[in-house]
Design a protein around this ligand. Structure first.
Ligand SMILES: *Cc1c(COP(=O)(O)O)cnc(C)c1O
Length: 369
């Protein structure tokens, strides 16, 4: 029986009629850009996340880009971030003419190492972007302390619903950037994103920047962009929003089940399971193990139609577009080792126990053979 890495149809089917009604509502209104649907979603999202303000935008990438624009990041500035993350975290910095400054990760939570962050803060540092990777909050107490006066923009793309010591991600730094890419904890029917903040002035700037920096009709005190969330996406997100908590609980239950199944399997340390650290609210957007002979194992699973993926095979300091930053292999050994060992297994909320048993049985078979 094939086991997909992600099957969105299982989430769609029970809500099909609600989605149709929501989409119909927008079609009947013929208001597609911002408007009531987006405003209501922003309020509902802010409440669900436990944040003051939420601004709907075009994608998680644009959420990061716009957050940095609101801070005035530009040429000559430095922005510190982990090297082990999705490309967008660094891409937005380079697009603004600023310099991504990479730090290594912690081997357990895969997030930015706060000690290295402290060493890389300098006179040119304009922002710090911790990434709550795979759905678990980074060590925000240590990161906020290391960042000091420098504004922290949380990359929450993978971590809707996670928290750090009871504080929701997206409410700890000066802003949080969320993505509604379909595979995230809360996904829309296309691209979408959200920026959160407790700062009223920033909220105002973000609302202007997402409409070309417009403060009033055809008045532009700043240069912004078109970062507007579609009303259709907001309507879809409003249908899903009441279910996200329970979907995250299902992800956690699946992670618990993997722990039991792997606990009974005799793998002699060939597979290391992810650790849900106390007080870090792991939401298991991805269930990432470390495995010996990772690439062979992945091939073996794919041959049996079991989904498995590598996030991420190359740390950002080794990407050719960042060659001019002068990094080489060995600069960030923890991230480099992770990129050779990590493997994401299916963990989506609707995955059933027998499918998980099949995944683990296949891994046992690989290491027995
Ligand atoms: C998905 C993701 C993004 C980008 O989000 P998009 O909506 O795809 O633009 C940024 N950072 C991280 C860590 C992500 O996983």
């Amino acid at each position: 029986m094939p086991v997909p890495l992600l099957d969105l149809t299982r989430q769609y089917e029970p809500l099909r009629e609600e989605f149709r009604q929501a989409i119909d509502r927008v079609c009947e209104s013929q208001r597609f850009i911002l408007g009531t649907e987006v405003e209501i979603f922003e309020r509902e999202a802010a409440q669900a996340l436990g944040v003051e303000h939420a601004v709907g935008v075009t994608s998680g990438t644009d959420a990061l880009l716009e957050a940095l624009m609101a801070l005035g990041v530009g040429a000559g500035d430095e922005v510190v971030m982990p090297t082990f993350t999705f490309f967008a975290t660094a891409g937005v910095v380079a697009r603004l003419g600023a310099r991504p400054v990479f730090v290594d990760i912690d081997p357990i939570d895969y997030c930015m190492d706060p000690k290295q962050l402290a060493e890389r803060i300098g006179a040119r540092t304009r922002a710090v972007i911790p990434v709550h990777l795979f759905g678990q909050a980074a060590d925000m107490d240590a990161i906020m302390e290391a960042a000091g006066e420098v504004p922290v923009v949380e990359d929450c793309a993978q971590a809707w619903g996670a928290d750090c010591g009871g504080r929701p991600v997206g409410s700890i730094g000066v802003m949080g950037a969320f993505s509604f890419f379909p595979s995230k904890n809360l996904g829309c029917f296309g691209d979408g994103g959200l920026i959160t903040t407790a700062d009223e002035d920033l909220d105002g700037s973000l609302r202007e920047l997402r409409v070309h920096g417009q403060s009033g009709p055809y008045e532009h005190p700043a240069v912004g962009g078109n970062f507007r969330l579609d009303a259709l996406q907001a309507a879809v997100l409003r249908v899903k929003l009441p279910h996200v908590k329970s979907w995250i609980n299902d992800r956690r239950a699946n992670a618990d089940h993997y722990r039991r199944l792997f606990g009974h399997a005799d793998l002699e340390g060939a597979v290391q399971l992810p650790k849900a650290l106390p007080g870090r609210g792991h939401t298991f957007n991805q269930y990432v193990v470390r495995a010996a002979r990772r690439d062979e194992l992945r091939e073996f699973l794919l041959e049996r139609s079991i989904g498995a993926a590598v996030y991420y095979p190359l740390p950002l300091h080794l990407q050719s577009c960042f060659a001019d930053l002068g990094h080489s292999e060995g600069d960030f050994p923890v991230a480099e080792q992770a990129s050779r060992e990590v493997l994401a297994l299916p963990v989506f909320p609707e995955l059933d126990a027998s499918e998980q048993e099949e995944v683990v049985a296949a891994i046992v078979e690989f290491f027995a053979g």
